[in-house]
Design a protein around this ligand. Structure first.
Ligand code: ADE
Ligand code: ZN
Length: 344
């Protein structure tokens, strides 16, 4: 028997254990869940020309050496999303995948500027997403909170305009976030927009320390007053920051498959998520852009089992962290913790 099979058996009891484990996802870009087949279906539906002839060609294009390689393809693909029904279908397909993988609560991101900059109305985007999320609660028993991200490569002024568009839809949005090209666009570029968002009653999160330095994690915390840091794996270079994260239990929404696909780590065996967990940091597992990075929640956990010998108690702690770090009500957190306890 090969070593990898023996290791897997001792770390996680059965192949199905991770698939059935009740899970919570806190870092998922809806536009990053656009599967190649849906990309083609929507391109035909909306008569959008694609630079690919078939699904195989699309999959071949998904080879990245850094974040920007991925973002260029991701923004181009998002152009097939045009109508409210498209945004509904995208979100609904993600929720069906969650149901299949026993993901019980989700807090997805959407990037309105990717769409409004092409002339799509803000309401078209958010109404389609929101309708699917409502159906997710009613038909699939998957609860959710929606996070609106600003694109950090665009200006502060454009972020303010987006926040203004969002004010008519605050009942549908729980928090604002910050994503796109990290290096050269530090969190503090958006301090004033985030302050305004907080005044409006929104919570805040931000991508920081994915490709960017640990300093960006400090400014996300101190200037943007985030409740969670998205990625944050580069915190490891700053012992004072690690100490701070552990003491305050500031959550990091870590995305293992994303980090290896985008070469933040050369190999999954180099990933620091379990080292951070051992240091007392509130790390969580997430899929980021699953259709681009080779897997949804279960595949991310499986990658940790395969390469880092994740065991059941670590898997349980990672899910527990996601529940406590989530933006859902205390009542829903209690329900989720009960579901998790009953399973393990
Ligand atoms: N937008 C979608 N995925 C992203 C990532 N991993 N980092 C920054 N921006 C993103
Ligand atoms: Zn992300």
């Amino acid at each position: 028997m090969p070593d990898s099979i023996i290791t897997k058996k001792t770390s996680i009891a059965s192949a199905n254990w991770l698939a059935l484990l009740p899970k919570v996802e806190l870092h998922l870009h809806l536009e990053g869940s656009l599967e190649p087949q849906m990309l083609f279906d929507l391109a035909i539906r909306n008569q959008v020309k694609l630079p690919y002839q078939n699904v195989d060609e699309v999959k071949k294009a998904f080879q990245f050496t850094q974040l920007q390689d991925f973002l260029d393809i991701y923004y181009q693909a998002a152009q097939v999303l045009v109508t409210e029904q498209d945004f509904y279908d995208l979100t609904w397909a993600y929720l069906l995948k969650c149901k299949e993988q026993n993901v019980c609560h989700v807090e997805p991101f959407f990037d309105p500027q990717t769409h409004t900059d092409r002339g799509i109305a803000f309401s078209t985007v958010i109404n389609g997403i929101d309708r699917a999320l409502q159906d997710g609660v009613e038909k699939l028993n998957i609860t959710s909170e929606l996070i609106m991200c600003f694109l950090r490569h665009l200006s502060e002024e454009e972020a303010f305009s987006t926040l203004t568009l969002a004010t008519a839809h605050l009942d549908k949005i729980k928090a604002v976030g910050l994503d796109s090209s990290e290096c050269g666009h530090p969190p503090e570029k958006f301090s004033r927009v985030f302050a305004k968002a907080r005044e409006l009653g929104l919570l805040t999160v931000a991508h920081a320390g994915e490709e960017g330095p640990a300093e960006y994690i400090w400014t996300a915390i101190n200037d943007l007053r985030v409740s969670r840091v998205d990625h944050g794996v580069n915190a490891i270079s700053d012992p004072k920051l690690i100490d701070y994260l552990a003491k305050t239990r500031m959550p990091l929404t870590v995305c293992p498959l994303s980090n290896t696909k985008l070469k933040v780590f050369d190999d999954m065996s180099d990933h620091n998520i379990l080292a951070l967990l051992a240091l007392g940091v509130c790390v969580t597992v997430n899929s980021d852009d699953p259709s681009y990075f080779g897997g949804y929640m279960t595949e991310n956990f499986e990658a940790l089992a395969d390469s880092l010998h994740l065991n059941q108690s670590q898997a349980r702690k990672l899910v527990e962290n996601s529940i406590t770090a989530s933006f859902c009500s205390e009542q829903r957190k209690y329900e989720l913790l009960t579901i998790l306890t009953q399973y393990v």
